[in-house]
Design a protein around this ligand. Structure first.
Ligand code: ADP
Ligand code: MG
Length: 366
């Protein structure tokens, strides 16, 4: 068993000439944890990973692995396991030899190498494939071999940079789960980079959302999805309706937000919100799947009259675009088996409960 180590990134900043690609990043990954850095292209994800690996030097700050500052160490001295999208296997070597490579490099005794490679081949369910060559394996199998090669020498940390980017969607989904299972079984501390929000939600214990080199939010997948901290996080992950309103009352449990004279929304208050949000302009963040078609006004804590603009069939659900009587555009996602709604122009009643929405700062006016 590999024992993971904790990683701390402290005030990390990276300039390429005058361009700041990583801007004062602070984050901690606990032992055995899987953290995903998620952000759009150009947000500084790969730069941050290269800083951890030692391929780039920090302009400022430090990287601490298991209580040791490794910022000044050469990449090979850091002994970190890596798996990148184009991290190709050696084509002229068998699967066994590919996996044994990092162990031979480190001069492990022959018997130890044999035992370690066989153990890990079992872990990746390829125990019968040791004598094959990479070209005789499927894409997913090759990826598992590359993963095995990255972790066979018990590195303190595993880094993944868009490792599944080259695979088709179905295989990618399957590999996400396989890598996660192997990571958990081995218990290796892992930092992964992706621009794919679904991948981040599926694989991670924690997600760090980046934008313009800065950290926007670090949290569990569930909290990132249910309680995005700001507009960027809310819009980057999943579909969301953002409804602008003014806070008119804050009680122990609820916040009342006036969207319109005829509509005051009730939102469950979470611990972050103090009484000072009163009178502030804020955004009500509401996931389409949390909205339902209401039978009457008493069925949900929030109901609003709306007109259907468009219905879009997406297989398991129907996305219903509406405009409310107060002028807001709201999209609801209704399970297909519950929706017999067709055509635009129909009037419906949208409903949701207070706990299914959250409030975020309206940065434009804050
Ligand atoms: P991501 O992986 O999130 O797409 P990167 O870390 O690769 O982002 O890049 C972040 C920003 O830094 C981009 O604007 C990119 O053009 C710039 N950048 C990355 N590497 C270099 C480099 N070696 N020299 C100059 N600029 C770079
Ligand atoms: Mg990148």
């Amino acid at each position: 068993m590999v024992i993971g180590n904790s990683l701390s990134i402290v005030n990390a900043t990276k300039y390429y000439k005058k361009f700041k690609a990583v801007d004062d990043v602070n984050l901690t990954v606990n032992q055995g944890e899987f953290l995903t850095i998620l952000g759009p292209s150009g947000s500084g994800k790969t730069s941050l990973l290269k800083l951890i690996a030692g391929f780039e030097q920090l302009s400022n700050g430090s990287i601490v692995l298991n209580d040791v500052d490794i910022s000044k160490k050469k990449p090979y001295e850091r002994e970190i396991g890596m798996l990148f999208q184009n991290y190709a296997l050696f084509p002229h070597m068998t699967v066994f030899d590919n996996i044994a490579y990092p162990l031979r490099l480190r001069k492990f005794p022959k018997e130890v190498i044999k035992q370690k490679v066989e153990t890990i081949l079992k872990l990746i369910h390829l125990e019968q494939f040791g004598s094959r060559y990479p070209e005789q394996l499927s894409g997913g199998q090759q990826q598992r071999v590359a993963l095995a090669r990255a972790i066979v020498f018990n590195p303190p940390l595993l880094l993944l940079d868009e490792p599944l980017g080259a695979l088709d969607k179905q295989l990618r989904k399957q590999m996400q789960l396989e890598i996660k299972h192997i990571q958990k079984q081995v218990g290796i501390t892992t930092v992964s980079v992706t621009h794919d929000q679904e991948e981040a939600l599926t694989m991670s214990d924690k997600i760090c959302v980046m934008n313009n080199g800065k950290v926007e939010q670090i949290d569990t997948p569930e909290n990132i999805y249910k309680h995005p901290k700001n507009r960027f996080v809310a819009e980057f992950i999943g579909e969301i309706n953002l409804i602008k309103g003014n806070v008119v009352n804050v009680s122990e449990e609820n916040v009342k937000v006036k969207v319109h004279d005829s509509f005051i929304a009730d939102v469950e208050r979470i611990k972050d919100f103090g009484i000072e949000v009163k009178n502030q302009s804020m955004l009500i963040a509401l996931r389409p799947e949390n909205i339902q078609i209401a039978r009457d006004l008493s069925q949900f804590q929030n109901t609003i009259q709306a007109k259907i603009i468009e219905t879009i069939y997406v297989g398991e659900a129907v996305n219903i675009k509406t405009v409310t009587e107060t002028g807001e555009e709201i999209t609801a996602k209704i399970p297909a088996h519950m929706s017999d709604l067709s055509g635009s122009g129909r009037d419906i009643l949208l409903g949701w409960n207070s706990k299914d929405a959250c409030l975020i700062q309206d940065e434009k006016t804050a």
